[in-house]
Write a protein that binds this ligand. Structure first.
Ligand code: BMA
Length: 340
């Protein structure tokens, strides 16, 4: 009998491999065929990483950060039957404005993809006189309408919740600066219509432990569970040799998600494999999405690796929640409502 419940649509074809014998130190284990997307995945694109996927009809769809050969990041659409092998559309996603006119961001990176009610939202980081958040919506993955930018610059790592709370859309973000931000906490904002955002609250601070001591940022869209919202996020530390990005786990209160109930003091995944340690930016594991199945409790985490590849890791809901709870350490900044 599972201990905890996941509230999400059934997904029996979630990609999966059982835990390898002797696996220790984390409730997540890696897919043996990682990385699932290699270099030069399509003409004009040198690397795909930090990307998000979802089930759609009888297959899977994804929004992929593609670094073009001119160095500018953009978002590409991909399709898959098994969520492991991907076919990419050769052209960038053709965003339009609300009148249907082409409206392409100058650059776009780290997309997330979240379905709320009957609409799919793509959320990414783009230029808005500095790094800020962009949003588009689609219902058919053919027409992509950009809506208002939710926040002022500078901001990154926006993650939409898969359902409304208090009757409002909920979006986490990480206010930052214009460079490789050496600080950062996760905040949450509410909106009745995806246009006007307010009721800003602080969710959690950097710094409970060394691996996330510099900055943190939202990762995958949170998963609704009987214990609260399960959040995979990234935590960054600074070493004498640069930043290291690990994957962390926390559980947020279901009705007041600015309150952190549990926060794992240990990382759930940290760069250890060649494709995570070696690449355009070494030592990066950067979660952007999960696929998950409530019946089996299986969760597949999609993460960018070394700003060069996409990796896949697996875990069971019960084991992940127990690990987070057993190793939880929270501060006042985490557990309070986050309004000052
Ligand atoms: C962050 C973002 C991510 C990237 C990471 C490591 O600031 O730009 O896209 O994966 O740095 O380079």
């Amino acid at each position: 009998m599972p201990k905890y419940t996941m509230y999400a649509p059934k997904l029996s074809n979630v990609p999966w491999q059982e835990k390898p014998e002797g696996h220790i130190n984390s409730p997540l284990w890696r897919y043996t065929e990682n990385p699932i997307i290699d270099r030069n995945p399509l003409p004009g694109v040198t690397r795909i990483f930090n990307s998000a996927v979802m089930p759609y009809e009888d297959k899977f769809v994804g929004v992929f950060r593609g670094e073009q050969t001119n160095g500018v990041p953009y978002i590409y659409l991909g399709w898959s039957q098994d969520a492991v092998h991907w076919d990419f559309e050769p052209e960038k996603i053709p965003f339009v404005d609300e009148e249907g006119k082409p409206f392409m961001p100058i650059y776009a990176y780290d997309p997330r993809l979240v379905k709320v009610e009957d609409t799919y939202y793509i959320i990414w980081c783009q230029d808005f006189y500095g790094a800020a958040i962009g949003v588009a919506k689609t219902q058919d993955f053919k027409h992509f309408v950009r809506i208002e930018n939710p926040f002022l610059p500078f901001n990154r790592n926006a993650v939409l919740f898969p359902r409304k709370v208090h009757g409002n859309f909920m979006m986490m973000s990480r206010p930052s600066d214009s460079g490789h931000t050496p600080f950062g906490d996760i905040f949450i904002s509410e909106s009745p219509d995806m246009v006007f955002w307010g009721k800003h609250r602080h969710v959690m601070s950097r710094g409970n432990s060394w691996w996330e001591g510099l900055k943190i940022g939202g990762g995958a869209a949170p998963i609704e569970t009987s214990e609260g919202w399960l959040l995979f996020y990234h935590g960054v530390t600074q070493t004498c040799n640069g930043y290291v990005y690990s994957i962390g786990g926390a559980i947020l209160d279901i009705d007041e998600p600015s309150k952190v109930k549990y926060r794992c003091n240990n990382y759930l995944l940290t760069p250890e494999e060649w494709f995570e340690e070696r690449g355009f930016v070494p030592n990066v594991t950067f979660p952007c999405a999960t696929l998950h199945d409530p019946e089996t409790g299986r969760i597949a985490v999609y993460y960018g690796a070394a700003d060069s590849y996409v990796g896949l890791a697996f875990g069971y809901l019960d084991e992940i929640i127990d690990y987070i709870k057993d190793n939880s350490k929270t501060t006042n900044d985490d557990t309070e409502l986050g309004r000052r």
